[in-house]
Design a binder for this molecule. Structure first.
Ligand SMILES: Cc1cc2nc3c(=O)[nH]c(=O)nc-3n(C[C@H](O)[C@H](O)[C@H](O)COP(=O)(O)OP(=O)(O)OC[C@H]3O[C@@H](n4cnc5c(N)ncnc54)[C@H](O)[C@@H]3O)c2cc1C
Length: 535
């Protein structure tokens, strides 16, 4: 029996599959495409997605295959008028190791995720289209286009903007399509030496625009984006190599023949839509299947990756019988407002960018704001966020990083290394938290990692196993905690609870909510688990 059938092997489905597979969940990933999908789309993970990819153990491969985001060179009438680096002046901080995203082709990132998935023995099943879903109470019967079928305990539709899963569920996808705002895209080749590969070139003229960004890992490959050519009636024409050449020559003033090849051509229309539900019984939606929006700010793929990371641990806990099925409702409770916020932000950034490019020197840097890093998204409103926290971090927020040392060996490390993996983490600041740490470890075993965080002035002869030494006080500063304080961090590295050590019962009760024995009294009341994962 498949525990989770993931429909769609884009970045959302692959992230979810990697997270579930490492938790020992029996997962299948199917994609209707006969080959691994390849398209000219996202340009890479933002800082929050890099943190997710670090947790999944693939950030090294992503950093190696990609490049740093490039400064943007803006032209008018063929002449360079301004250079802008949206990340100038930013640098990693103790609480955030990635201050900027990474440029990497979406298909290359997908390759890296597929390789990671293969390590747990799971391969994407291509040429397998889902055409039907039937809820059978404890399972979902899934029908494929070739007439075969399978049963799964849960199904997650990561099948993109035109999601068949969403349509089968009857979930509405309200919003707008801006038919007029179109862009043609593709991967093109440019004669070497014609354009500097250290910048993202953007020609914005009164009568149109062309953008060319070098594709990392290639010698002559570029991401091409422009407005479409139009016929005499103003109708947009389909993208073609010849059309790309004409637009390239018109805006760059370079010979058309320097654009030597074009592949993965597509037309992009601005769609701003989101699902009104993320869950119908045992079927859930994630990524573009649940929300689409303007590409300004580069958040589409990133929001999908972050949806998947929110959902993976919840599905696993329910399937393992460690949490009631109601835990899955917190996925929509947390991620649907993030989608609504993303739709608003990206629409506003698109408007600002379109305004900026009317003047010489305007460009895509207008789309980038501190919020497009994804680092400020949290779930303070969530029923999983217990009141608490002072200073910068509150329950629901992203858990910050902090450089510190292994308390046993003195070897420098980072909090993120301790958080990485499928477990819940309990940090204990101050000696008064040790009782809570011991009880949590005894009650939850490997699912919960307990970490005593010793302050600079504490020098224990025999530190607790796995303890950290907060030599420079970065951890206390990042979490804004004073005195004896327990911090519970969810498996997706959001803070769940911050509590004084005297209230240690609160921490233990909270752990039972995230990782309870089946008979535990849950916060949702009667949500008992029968061992099949059904509440
Ligand atoms: C031009 C352009 C530029 C972009 N730039 C950025 C950017 O810079 N940053 C960013 O974050 N995002 C960007 N995006 C958005 C990003 O590409 C998408 O948000 C992302 O691909 C969504 O990932 P997904 O896994 O949810 O869906 P998809 O990548 O669409 O994957 C869905 C998969 O489901 C499969 N499928 C569909 N139906 C079925 C079925 N019935 N059965 C089985 N399989 C099925 C499809 O074959 C496909 O492989 C851009 C998009 C475009 C078009």
């Amino acid at each position: 029996m498949t525990d989770v059938l993931i429909v769609g092997a884009g970045p959302t489905g692959l992230t979810l599959a990697c997270d579930l597979a490492r938790r020992g969940i029996a997962v299948r990933v199917v994609d209707k495409s006969p080959e691994y999908p390849r398209s000219s789309r996202a340009k890479g993970p933002n800082p929050r997605s890099l943190e997710v990819l670090e947790d999944l153990g693939v950030v090294g491969a992503v950093l190696a295959a990609g490049s740093a985001p490039l400064p943007m060179r803006k032209y008018r009438d063929g002449l360079p008028v301004a250079d802008a680096d949206p990340y100038a002046g930013s640098s990693p901080t103790p609480d955030a190791p990635y201050d900027r995203g990474r440029l990497i082709a979406q298909w290359r990132l997908e390759e890296i995720l597929r390789d990671r998935l293969a390590e747990s023995g799971t391969a994407v099943e291509t040429g397998t289209e889902v055409v039907g879903l039937t809820d059978r109470d404890t399972t979902v019967a899934v029908a494929f286009a070739d007439g075969s079928g399978t049963d799964a305990r849960y199904v997650v539709g990561c099948d993109g903007a035109h999601s068949r899963v969403r349509k089968l569920l009857g979930v509405t996808f309200d919003g707008e399509t801006e038919a007029e705002q179109q862009m043609v895209c593709g991967d093109v080749e440019i004669t070497p030496g014609v354009l500097d590969r250290d910048v993202w070139h953007q020609w914005f003229d009164e009568d149109g625009a062309v953008m060319l960004c070098p594709i990392p890992g290639t010698r002559i490959g570029w991401w091409y984006q422009s407005g479409p050519e139009r016929d005499a009636e103003g109708r947009a024409l389909a993208p073609s190599l010849e059309g790309f050449r004409r637009l390239f020559a018109r805006h760059t003033r370079l010979p058309a023949g320097h654009l030597t090849g074009a592949a993965l051509l597509s037309t992009y229309r601005v769609n701003v839509r989101m699902a009104d539900r993320y869950r119908v019984g045992r079927v859930l939606l994630a990524g573009d299947a649940a929300h689409v929006h303007a590409i300004a700010g580069g958040l589409g793929m990133n929001t999908g990756i972050q949806d998947a990371f929110n959902l993976g641990w919840k599905l696993a806990q329910v399937l393992r019988g460690r949490a009631g099925d109601e835990l899955l409702d917190t996925y929509e409770e947390e991620r649907l407002p993030v989608a609504a916020w993303t739709l608003d932000l990206t629409s506003e950034r698109l408007r600002a960018t379109l305004e900026a490019i009317r003047k010489p020197g305007g460009g895509l840097d207008t789309a980038v704001t501190p919020s497009t890093t994804g680092l400020d998204r949290g779930y303070r409103w969530s029923s999983l966020a217990r009141p608490g926290g002072h200073g910068g971090v509150r329950s629901g927020d992203r858990a910050p990083d902090a450089p510190c040392a292994d308390a046993g060996t003195g070897v420098p490390t980072r909090l993120f290394r301790v958080l990485a993996g499928p477990h819940i983490t309990v940090l204990g600041f101050g000696p008064g938290t040790e009782h809570t740490l011991r009880e949590a470890a005894a009650a939850h075993g490997d699912t919960v990692r307990t970490v005593r965080v010793y302050d600079a002035g504490e020098a224990p002869e025999a530190p607790l196993p796995g303890a950290l030494h907060d030599r420079d006080g970065h951890a206390r500063t990042a979490y804004g905690v004073a005195g004896d304080t327990v911090v519970v961090i969810r498996p997706d590295n959001h803070v769940g609870l911050i509590s004084d050590a005297d209230g240690h019962g609160a921490a233990l009760r909270y752990l039972d909510v995230l990782d309870g024995a089946p008979e535990a009294d849950r916060m949702w009341g009667a949500g008992m688990v029968d061992g099949t994962g059904k509440g």
